[in-house]
Write a protein that binds this ligand. Structure first.
Ligand code: ATP
Length: 237
C-alpha cells in the first residue's frame, strides 16, 4: 500500500491541556478546558456569552494568573512551571497585549507609549537590532502603518481620539515582534467601518511577523475575517 504524503502541521503556539481555573479555591471552576491548541500564525476569533470566561482565559494565556490544574504552553513554555517573575519576563518578551481600555500613559507622547514595551524586554530590543532598526524608528513605522500620521507622533496620548488610542495600543503590542498578540475587545468603542479597517491593518502587521493572534470580541460580524472561530462555551465544559 502506498503511504500517504506527510501533512505538514505548523508548530503550536498555544497548547492547553486539562485546564481547571477557579477564582476562589472552593468555587466551581470558571474554566474547564480539556484541550485547545492554536498553531503559529493563526488568527483566532474567541467569543462566547458575557461571563463565560474569555478575559479570564486571556489572563491565563498571558501568565497573569496560573491554573489550579492542567497545563498552558505558550511558544513551548509551560507557564505554570514558571515563577511569577519568570512569567512577567516571558510576557514582556513573547506576548503583546491590547487591553480593552488600551492602558496608554496619558502624559507620554505616542512614540514613547509604543517604545515602552521595549524598555521592559531585552528580547524585543534584540529582535529589533537583528532587523537593523531601533525602537524609535520601529515605533514610527508601526504608527504610520496603523494609520497615525507622523504629525501626531509627538502628541500626548491624552489628546487622541479613541480610535487613535486603539492604534497606538496595537503598535505597542506589536513592537519587537512578539510571537503572540492577545487582544481583549479592542474595537468595542468603534463604528463598523473603523473596526474592519483597524483589523485589516492589524492582520497585515501580524502576517509580516507571522504572529499568532487571539482576539476576543462580542461582534460576530468580525468572525469571517479570522482564520478560525472558537466558541468558549463549546470548549469550556
Ligand atoms: N478578578 C476576579 N475575581 C473574581 N471573579 C472574577 C474575576 N474576574 C472575573 N471573575 C468572574 O469570572 C467569570 C468570568 O469572567 P470574565 O471576565 O472572564 O468573562 P468574559 O467572558 O470575559 O465576560 P465579558 O464578555 O462580559 O467581558 C465571571 O463570573 C466573573 O464574575
Amino acid at each position: 500500500m502506498q503511504s500517504q504524503p506527510a501533512v505538514e502541521h505548523p508548530p503550536l503556539s498555544i497548547a492547553i491541556q486539562g485546564l481547571r481555573f477557579s477564582w476562589q479555591p472552593t468555587a466551581e471552576p470558571v474554566l474547564a478546558i480539556d484541550a485547545l491548541t492554536i498553531s503559529s500564525g493563526e488568527r483566532v476569533f474567541l467569543h462566547g456569552p458575557s461571563g463565560s470566561g474569555k478575559s479570564t482565559l486571556l489572563s491565563l494565556l498571558a501568565g497573569v494568573h496560573t491554573p489550579q490544574q492542567g497545563s498552558i504552553e505558550v511558544q513551548g513554555r509551560a507557564l505554570e512551571r514558571l515563577s511569577q517573575s519568570q512569567r512577567d519576563t516571558f510576557r514582556a518578551d513573547h506576548i503583546g497585549y491590547i487591553f480593552q481600555q488600551f492602558n496608554l500613559l496619558p502624559f507620554l507622547d505616542l512614540i514613547h507609549n509604543v517604545t515602552l514595551a521595549c524598555d521592559f524586554s531585552a528580547a524585543r530590543r534584540q529582535r529589533l537590532a537583528t532587523h537593523g532598526t531601533s525602537a524609535t524608528a520601529e515605533a514610527a513605522r508601526l504608527l504610520k502603518q496603523l494609520g497615525i500620521p507622523e504629525a501626531l507622533h509627538q502628541r500626548q496620548a491624552s489628546q487622541l481620539s479613541v480610535g487613535q488610542q486603539q492604534r497606538v495600543a496595537a503598535a505597542r503590542a506589536l513592537i519587537g515582534s512578539p510571537p503572540v498578540v492577545i487582544a481583549d475587545e479592542p474595537t468595542s468603542a468603534l463604528d463598523a467601518n473603523s473596526r474592519e479597517n483597524f483589523l485589516h491593518l492589524l492582520f497585515a502587521e501580524c502576517e509580516r511577523a507571522r504572529t499568532t493572534l487571539v482576539f476576543v470580541s462580542h461582534d460576530q460580524a468580525l468572525a469571517p475575517l479570522f482564520s478560525r472561530s472558537v466558541d468558549l462555551s463549546e470548549v469550556n465544559r
